[in-house]
Write a protein that binds this ligand. Structure first.
Ligand code: MTE
Length: 320
């Protein structure tokens, strides 16, 4: 009999966020169970960033290691200020938005600058895979999300950076007509995030094109969205239109808005509190109870093994 030893970043059994365990291998049953008809899926497959579905599970980040939050919660409890500032607004407010066709610009200090259709890009990068990652928001709540997509390192290799390139700057589409939040002065638009080049090349850094084996819904950042599970959720810039390779550290949106509250690295760190929220523990979305179940927050959100080497010699209390 095979005995699987759990890894230190895995959630304990008691921290289940969903009663019914989800197996990616049973994706079709699952889709049926949430009422997604095959016909509807086929129609959707003709549109948008749908290349590569169904994707193969990456065995390093399996569904069996963590208990994913329900599809319903992942896609209805969102931060996407372009479509409203309340958690329940992005889903209804982005329903009519059509992020297709979608061109991504890859630019800056690279040898292969391109403007490319998102599906062509996915094809050139060798398709997509599935990974189940933990997600921790700086507001001290957490989920577990089965993402589909590709490692960001593949896009970096495709872009072929010049030696002067030290950072990535990732920018959301600017389209106030269709993204109503951009008509208001809530944030400085368009939303921008950044990573060090070596962070972008870390095995965990991921560009999501899907959730639970289906094209990523508008409210979660269709058709392309950054996922860096060891960092707070605000690093996960949605609906990316441009990726630039630059020499200087870019200013990220939340740092522009509140430099004393938000940093550039934004690594999950239970020992460094946000001025308004303790980061020692987190509320599990869908965890039950009136206020939701809580669990202790882990250093780098439980991904210390994969990322700690990136920050050797960095004072993580100072550079948050
Ligand atoms: N990207 C854009 N373009 N606009 C946003 O408002 N919110 C960020 C991030 N990406 C945001 C964004 C924040 S604060 C979080 S916590 C995550 O998206 C939320 O992702 P989710 O809604 O898929 O959980």
């Amino acid at each position: 009999m095979l005995i699987r030893s759990p890894q230190d970043w895995e959630l304990p059994e008691s921290a289940a966020t969903e009663e019914k365990f989800y197996h990616l291998s049973k994706r079709r049953d699952f889709l049926k169970s949430i009422g997604v008809a095959g016909v509807a899926l086929a129609a959707r497959d003709l549109l948008g960033a749908t290349a590569g579905f169904p994707a193969k599970e990456n065995p390093a980040y399996p569904a069996s290691a963590l208990k994913p939050t329900s599809y319903d919660l992942i896609t209805s409890y969102n931060n996407f200020y372009e479509f409203g500032t309340d958690k329940d607004e992005p889903k209804p407010n982005s329903k009519k938005w059509k992020p297709e066709p979608w061109t991504v610009e890859i630019a800056g200090l690279i040898r292969n600058p391109v403007k490319i259709d998102v599906n062509d890009l996915i094809g050139k990068l060798g398709g997509i895979e599935q990974r189940v990652y933990r997600m921790r928001c700086v507001e001290a709540w957490s989920m577990v999300i089965p993402w589909d997509g590709f490692p960001l390192s593949k896009l970096v290799a495709f872009a072929d950076p010049k030696p002067e390139a030290k950072f990535l700057k990732l920018t959301t589409i600017l389209d106030p007509k269709n993204l109503p939040g951009q008509q208001e002065n809530i944030l400085r638009w368009p939303y921008v995030e950044g990573l060090h080049l070596d962070e972008a090349n870390n095995e965990l850094a991921f560009i999501a094109t899907g959730i639970y084996g289906k094209p990523i819904p508008n409210q979660n950042g269709a058709p392309l969205r950054l996922v860096t599970p060891w960092k707070y959720g605000f690093k996960g810039v949605k609906s990316i239109a441009k990726i630039e390779f630059v020499a200087e550290q870019p200013m990220n949106t939340w740092r522009v808005m509140a430099p004393r509250e938000y940093g550039f690295l934004a690594n999950v760190n239970p020992t460094v509190d946000h001025p308004r929220w303790s980061q020692a523990s987190e509320r599990i979305i869908g965890g039950g109870g009136l206020l939701g179940a809580r669990q202790k927050t882990l250093m780098f959100n439980g991904y210390e093994k994969q990322v700690a080497a990136l920050y050797q010699g960095v004072d993580l209390k100072k550079f948050y």
